[in-house]
Write a protein that binds this ligand. Structure first.
Ligand code: HEC
Length: 261
C-alpha cells in the first residue's frame, strides 16, 4: 500500500478542516440553492458540533487502527515539539511558540473591544392609527355606547354571541387569548384583560384592528404576521361594533377616550 503524500497527520487535518469549511460555509449556500430561499440556511450549531464529533471519532478509529498509522500520526507532532529534524518542523515549533500566543492575545483583545450595534428590531403591537389602513376609522365612535340599559343589553347579548362564534376560538372564552386555536399559533393573540392591550386603545383603533386584521398592520408591526383575520369581509359594521362593545365589557376594561372630559 502506498502511503498518502500528506502523511497520516496531514491527511487527517485536511479532512477535518474541509469538513468544518463544508458544514459552516458551503452547506448553507447549497441548501439555499436547493430550496430557492432568499438567504443562506445555516446548519444549527448543535448539529454541526455532533457531526464534527462523529467525524473526530471516525478519524480516531482510523489513526489508532494500527501501530503504523498511530506512529505516523504522532511522528510530525513529536518532531515539531522537540524541534527535531527538518526545517519546516522548526518553523512549526516556532509558530506554535510565537504565533499561537499572539493570535490568542489578539482574539481576546478584539473580543473585549466595545461594540456599537443598531438597536434590536422590535415589533410594535400598537402602531398608532396614522397609517393608511387605519385612517378611515379615525374618530369613528361606537353607535352602541351610551344607549339606554335595555338597548345596551340587547347589543351586548348579540355582540357576545358573535364573539363566541367568531373570536373566542383564538381570543378565548375568557378573553385571555387562550382559545383552542391560539395554541397552534406562533404569534399568539393578546389577552384583552391585560391592561396593555385593548385597554390602551381608543375604541376606533380596536374597531380598526378587528376590521382590517393582521393584513392591515403597517410595516412597524411586521415582520411577524399574525393570524388575525380581516373581519370587514365577514361581518356587518354594526355587528362588529356590538362585538367590540361586548369585548370591552366582558374583559373588564374600558377603552381610552380622547380629549378633555
Ligand atoms: C384566527 C385567530 C383569530 C381570530 C378568529 C380572531 N383574532 Fe383577533 N387577533 C388574533 C391575533 C393572533 C392577534 C394579535 C395580532 C397582533 O399582535 O398583530 C389579534 C389581535 C386582535 C386585536 C388587537 C388587540 C391589540 O391589543 O392590539 C383585536 C381588537 C382583535 N384581535 C379583535 C378580534 C375580534 C373582534 C375577533 C372576532 C370578530 C377576532 N379578533 C378574531 C387572532 C385572531
Amino acid at each position: 500500500m502506498t502511503r498518502p503524500r500528506l502523511g497520516v497527520f496531514g491527511g487527517t487535518l485536511v479532512v477535518f478542516v474541509s469538513a468544518v469549511v463544508f458544514v459552516r460555509f458551503l452547506f448553507p449556500f447549497l441548501a439555499q440553492r436547493a430550496v430557492g430561499h432568499h438567504a443562506p440556511l445555516p446548519v444549527p450549531q448543535t448539529i454541526q458540533v455532533w457531526w464534527l464529533l462523529l467525524l473526530v471519532a471516525t478519524l480516531a478509529v482510523y489513526v489508532f487502527s494500527s501501530t503504523q498509522t498511530t506512529e505516523d500520526f504522532f511522528a510530525p507532532i513529536r518532531a515539531a515539539v522537540r524541534g527535531e529534524s527538518r526545517r519546516w518542523q522548526h518553523l512549526v515549533a516556532l509558530a506554535v511558540a510565537l504565533i499561537a500566543p499572539l493570535a490568542l492575545g489578539a482574539w481576546m483583545f478584539i473580543d473585549a473591544l466595545p461594540e456599537t450595534r443598531p438597536p434590536a428590531l422590535t415589533r410594535q403591537q400598537h402602531p398608532g392609527t396614522s397609517g393608511p389602513s387605519a385612517a378611515p376609522y379615525v374618530g369613528s365612535t361606537n353607535p352602541f355606547r351610551g344607549l339606554g340599559a335595555a338597548e345596551t343589553h340587547r347589543a351586548l347579548v348579540r355582540g357576545r354571541g358573535l364573539y363566541f362564534r367568531d373570536c373566542a376560538p383564538c381570543h378565548g372564552a375568557k378573553h385571555d387569548g387562550d382559545g383552542p386555536e391560539a395554541r397552534a399559533q406562533s404569534l399568539r393573540p393578546v389577552s384583552f384583560r391585560d391592561p396593555g392591550t385593548i385597554a390602551v386603545l381608543v375604541e376606533d383603533a380596536a374597531y380598526w384592528r378587528a376590521n382590517e386584521g393582521a393584513a392591515g398592520l403597517p410595516p412597524v408591526s411586521t415582520p411577524w404576521d399574525s393570524a388575525m383575520p380581516a373581519w370587514r369581509e365577514e361581518l356587518e359594521a354594526d355587528d362588529l361594533w356590538r362585538i367590540v362593545l361586548s369585548e370591552y365589557d366582558d374583559s373588564g376594561v374600558r377603552p381610552r377616550v380622547t380629549g378633555v372630559q
